[in-house]
Design a protein around this ligand. Structure first.
Ligand code: CA
Length: 220
């Protein structure tokens, strides 16, 4: 998943980035509330992790502003304010979930998967389409019951396409999902991963929609 972390605490921030990156996510990290609001409004993320006490703009304000804009990105509030009033205020302001510091990284990862799943309308973690099964927790992939070995990036590409199998996923969205802001990438990087995936999935599973992107939808 592509995640935005808005957190000014260096220790918590770098632990979250390291942990979630190891899990196969791309995590963009900002330390300022106003900046965070800007990027959350202008770029697409699978979830936003939002601290409440932030320089630039308070987390609750960021949250309210995003919901005012009708931005429906799942938002998990990260807070040291473990009193009931802050939690209620956060949830009432449009947060999907919250974690109280100090929190366990595995639990945070599970909560992120849960809010992303709810947004996609799935009730279980397993993603399925035309004989393909993907498990975002164990990273196991099977096609017609047979195990497929995918690299971390191939998994990420396929996961991005599986989120909306019938829709066209823009090439740029896949690129953003694979590489963070700071990464220089080859211009054909996405095509290379798609090429490898096609060899493993068979022809016709991933369709190119010229000039737009890729889809897992039926041809025709
Ligand atoms: Ca803070």
């Amino acid at each position: 998943m592509r995640l935005l972390l808005i957190e000014d605490d260096e220790m918590i921030g770098s632990a979250v980035v390291t942990g979630l990156t190891q899990d196969g996510n791309v995590v963009e990290w900002l330390r300022d509330g106003a900046q965070g609001l800007h990027y959350a409004s202008h770029e697409l993320f699978d979830a936003v992790l939002l601290d409440l006490g932030l320089p630039g703009k308070d987390g609750l304000q960021v949250l309210r502003e995003l919901r005012r804009q009708r931005n429906d990105t799942p938002i998990i509030v990260i807070t040291a304010r473990d009193d009931t009033a802050s939690r209620v205020k956060g949830l009432d302001s449009g947060a999907d979930d919250y974690v109280v510091k100090p929190f366990d990284l595995d639990e945070l990862a599970a909560r992120i998967r849960a809010v992303a799943r709810r947004k996609a309308g799935r009730s279980t973690a397993l993603m399925t389409h035309r004989g393909l099964e993907m498990n975002p927790v164990t990273h196991e992939v099977t096609l017609d019951g047979k195990r497929l070995e995918l690299s971390a990036r191939e998994f990420a590409v396929l996961e991005t396409l599986m989120e909306h199998p019938g829709a066209i996923t823009p090439r740029q969205r896949i690129e953003d999902r694979l590489y963070g802001w700071d990464t220089e990438i080859a211009s054909n990087a996405v095509e290379v991963h798609i090429h490898h995936l096609r060899k493993k999935l068979g022809d016709g599973f991933i369709r190119t929609v010229r000039g737009m992107g890729y889809t897992l939808g039926d041809a025709g």
